[in-house]
Design a protein around this ligand. Structure first.
Ligand code: ZN
Length: 452
């Protein structure tokens, strides 16, 4: 399905820019006031800074409020403080609580009321419908249930649309699920869905011949090349979603021109790297989120100006060809997966782009890992890229290296110069199936690791 016509909540999704901006400002005022009255953290902040919550009236005024991070949340919850200072409702109104693990320290606690769940589910329902899902669809959710809200949110969203969810929680389900229930959609990560396609091929089933009509990926950023390859293997479109416990649920519509941000429920600002001010429209920066509450509603954990530590670019605030007016962003990337060599930043996704060059995929499974090492001389860096081959003996290593280098250095002139000068070395390591280090580590695989 493409073009205008199918919406979950048409009035909100297609609202004119002027009306949408007015709605956002109304909700900013209500939400900031709610925070100043119900969130212990903000109540204290407004008192200490002698700022009247009513003076925060617009999106620009949000710059008066502090930018908070996962670290701020951890510093304002047990064991650091006696109370959870971001918890904005009484326990009687908290339906579930979630711990989100950061890179270090105590997990952050996040509290959700039933109304929060309903709003989250509505956002996902909008996304599913924008991707062409509708009543009668059957979707296998391979994302894990539990402390992550994504899988449960999609399940609640399905109820609103009239879809059936098959809550597998992982992609390693028996192929019988595909044969027996003929799912029309799968939700998972790029790599999980690649592996599932290979399992079908081993069982002599061409994935395009299966019942699957759409794939939804999320949970991490990926290169356009890996998406294109996944779409080719399955013979169907692959839609990206970007969600987090903090309440971002952005998703690509069937036009695939960026991820729509549900602007009526979450306000997204893009800040410079020092988090001092907004970047000019169209420039890359840090995603800073503010929950927006409809007037009269409440929420369990209220975050204003929350630094996601992800980066993006606002692509457009104009009406999309799908008819939706909500702004569109580029696939966010994790700042924690960005590294610097020769004064040039590059992300794990840049490495992935090099791996997934179409010519390489004749030899590679797509699984890869890369490590950065310091060299013998000062200022020298070596990146060792390990790629998994179907058969290392039959892999044309020159083809893979050549296409990797071309793609990797395409937009990184300074890095290419460092490579030519010998201060940035690339070493390729071709391994057989299951021979990458990441297979021996539990948890989310780290594909680019700095060992300098
Ligand atoms: Zn659209």
């Amino acid at each position: 399905m493409s073009g205008e016509g199918s919406y979950f909540t048409e009035a909100v999704e297609t609202m004119d820019r002027g009306d949408l901006d007015a709605l956002i400002e109304e909700r900013i005022r209500y939400t900031v006031n709610f925070a100043s009255e119900h969130s212990p953290f903000y109540r204290q902040w407004f008192r200490e800074h002698k700022i009247d919550a009513a003076s925060i009236r617009s999106h620009e005024d949000l710059r008066e409020l502090p930018i908070i991070s996962g670290q701020t949340i951890r510093e304002h919850q047990p064991p650091e403080t006696s109370e959870f200072q971001f918890k904005s409702l009484d326990w009687r109104e908290i339906f579930t609580l979630h711990e989100t693990s950061g890179t270090s320290g105590t997990p952050k606690a996040f509290f959700l009321s039933w109304a929060d769940w309903q709003r989250y589910a509505e956002k996902y329902a909008q996304i599913f419908v924008s991707q062409g899902f509708g009543p009668g669809d059957r979707v296998v959710v391979c994302a894990s249930y539990g402390m992550n809200v994504g899988a449960n949110t999609m399940t609640l969203a399905a109820q609103k649309i009239g879809m059936t969810i098959i809550p597998e929680g992982k992609c390693a389900f028996p192929l019988r699920i595909i044969h027996s229930y003929k799912p029309t959609g799968l939700v998972g990560s790029v790599f999980k869905l690649l592996r599932l396609a290979r399992r079908l091929q081993v069982a002599h089933i061409r994935p395009p011949d299966s019942s699957v009509e759409r794939l939804v990926v999320g949970g991490e950023s990926f290169a356009e090349e890996s998406r294109a390859y996944l779409a080719e293997l399955w013979g169907c479109p692959v839609y990206n979603t970007y969600g987090s416990t903090e309440g971002t649920m952005c998703g690509e519509c069937s036009e695939l021109k960026g991820l729509h941000v549900p602007e009526d429920m979450v306000h997204l600002d893009v800040y410079d790297p020092h988090l001092a001010d907004f970047v000019p429209e169209g420039e890359c920066g840090r995603i800073v989120l503010t929950t927006l509450l409809p007037v009269g509603e409440k929420c369990g954990t209220l975050l204003l100006n929350y630094d996601t530590e992800d980066t993006t670019v606002v692509l457009s605030r104009d009406r999309c060809a799908c008819g939706r007016t909500h702004l569109r962003i580029m696939t966010p990337q994790r700042e924690a997966e960005t590294f610097w060599v020769a004064e040039t930043p590059f992300n794990r996704v840049d490495v992935e782009r090099g791996v997934f060059q179409r010519e390489n995929m004749e030899y590679l499974t797509g699984e890869y890992e890369a490590f950065l090492y310091g060299g013998d001389d000062m200022g020298e860096t070596t990146m060792r890229v390990s790629v998994e081959c179907f058969d290392p003996e039959k892999c044309d290593r020159n083809v893979v290296e050549e296409h990797f280098l071309k793609a990797f250095f395409q937009y990184k002139q300074r890095l290419a110069e460092a490579h030519a000068e010998g201060t940035f070395n690339l070493v390729f390591n071709f391994v057989g199936p299951q021979d990458l280090e990441l297979y021996r580590v539990t948890g989310r695989p780290k594909r680019l690791v700095d060992r300098r």
